[in-house]
Design a protein around this ligand. Structure first.
Ligand code: AMP
Length: 440
């Protein structure tokens, strides 16, 4: 199978081959012909499968082969993503793959000035990549017209629903012409996603691919049992003794990410935090510094890390286990990508035994335990509840009835006030807050 046989134009093939891609990934091989034919698509694929090129290449081709509208350029394709990072990455892909085509694209998300975005939109944009909140802000301000959208892509739709964007999505749908092509990408298929797909897609082709790496294949996993108060010391010791130069560390809360970053710095280990309370500039810089090796440790919350594409990340550390077992799989999927060996360590204290059991049940296997010398857990220490985690305030609030198990948990963990001292608002989950609040 080659890109040539998929029916893509020479200008697109040239851009693809410049990326060094020699053959399409499975999602690309299946999705590209469907999208080129103009049909709707329901695709089960997560980050790392090559899904972005899977929808971007045929989308570019369709727009470049049909007649451009006369006069002002209307937005003809809209790609919605849950997070700013993902929007930026998809935007880069669109620009890269479309570099030999006379199409214009723009990325719009919150947390940055709206003025430059308005100017871009005013000059005319064929392809718009956006997060839902800022998109609606533009619509409200009258700076964006979606009435001529021909192709809609919902990328990581499951995550958009987890983050409470369903109402925003519905508002956006109402602004577009009914007659259009719809592509829905999702890593998981909850009932909620199926409902959204039923209402949105017309006789869709179904494409589903396995994860490029399943957790157990290339990622070496280990649990280091340790006392709650000694995790930071253990982490610094592992980084120092192992001479790790690039480590992605997960915490449950933004506050925890900030605190750990400071403590690592105090231990002489360069670190940066990435989460939703950081300005977009700070997030972009943290990621760039980490990729370039200027900082050794990137400390992230789950949502901020979603969509980060960092090649060959050797070490992922769960400083705290996630409240939702599925997030463990997403987290450790950041290492061992594309067949590279990776290592995922979890520092687990007595409070987290239940979370660990949930994860092991999901993986259908036990994760090997390894007590690090000098960090033996003190058996006298009793478990304490995890603040605002599983039983957190706001669990399942405002999502309507009939939610699935993980959805309720996610709502509690992510949006219902996540136990950090500096979250905006008080966990009120009205539309306005959601919109102005950054996807963590
Ligand atoms: P995605 O799942 O879209 O986030 O893509 C994951 C990674 O795979 C990105 O770094 C892409 O640049 C890369 N990629 C996409 N398509 C191909 C391909 N056909 N061959 C090799 N790498 C690819």
């Amino acid at each position: 199978m080659s890109f040539e046989t998929l029916g893509l134009s020479a200008d697109i093939l040239r851009a693809v081959s410049e990326q060094g891609y020699t053959e399409p990934t499975p999602i690309q091989a299946q999705a590209i012909p469907v999208v080129l034919e103009g049909g709707d698509l329901l695709a089960g694929a997560q980050t790392g499968t090559g899904k972005t090129a899977g929808f971007t290449l045929p989308l570019l081709q369709r727009l470049s082969t049909s007649a451009p509208a006369k006069g002002k350029r209307p937005v003809r394709a809209l790609i919605l993503t849950p997070t700013r990072e993902l929007a930026a990455q998809v935007g880069e892909s669109v620009a890269t793959y479309g570099k030999y085509l006379p199409l214009r694209s723009a990325v719009i998300f919150g947390g940055v000035k709206i003025g430059p975005q308005i100017n871009k939109l005013r000059n005319g944009v064929d392809i718009l990549i956006a997060t839902p909140g800022r998109l609606l802000d533009h619509v409200q301000q009258g700076t964006l017209d979606l009435s001529q959208v021909e192709i809609l892509v919902l990328d990581e739709a499951d995550r958009m629903l987890d983050m409470g964007f369903i109402h925003d999505i519905r508002k956006v749908l109402a602004l577009m012409p009914k007659d259009r092509q719809n592509l829905l990408f999702s890593a998981t298929f909850s009932n909620e996603i199926k409902r959204l797909a039923d209402g949105l897609l017309d006789n869709p082709a179904l494409v589903e691919v396995a994860r490029r790496n399943t957790a157990s294949e290339t990622v070496k996993q280990v649990v280091h049992p340790v006392d709650r108060e000694r995790k930071r010391e253990l982490l610094s010791s592992l980084i120092g003794n192992g001479d790790w130069q690039q480590v992605l560390v997960f915490t449950r809360t933004k506050h925890g990410a900030n605190r750990l970053t400071k403590q690592l710095e105090q231990d002489g280990i360069s670190a940066a935090a990435i989460h939703g309370n950081k300005s977009q500039g700070a997030r972009t810089k943290a990621l760039a510094d980490f990729k370039q090796g200027k900082v050794r440790v990137l400390v992230a919350t789950d949502i901020a890390a979603r969509g980060l594409d960092i090649d060959q990340l050797p070490h992922v550390v769960n400083f705290e286990l996630p409240n939702v077992a599925e997030d463990y799989v997403h987290r450790i999927g950041r290492t061992g990508r594309a067949g590279n060996e990776g290592e995922a360590m979890s520092l687990v204290c007595v409070d987290e035994h239940k979370l660990l059991r949930d994860i092991e049940r999901l993986l259908k296997r036990e994760i090997p335990k390894d007590v690090v010398d000098g960090f033996e857990p003190d058996p006298r220490i009793k478990a304490e509840p995890i603040p605002n985690g599983r039983n957190g305030a706001g669990r399942g609030q405002g999502r309507g009835a009939g939610g699935g198990r993980s959805r309720g948990n996610r709502a509690g963990a992510r949006t219902g006030g996540n136990g950090n001292g500096n979250s905006r608002g008080q966990g009120g989950r009205n539309g306005a807050r959601r919109r102005s609040a950054t996807p963590a």
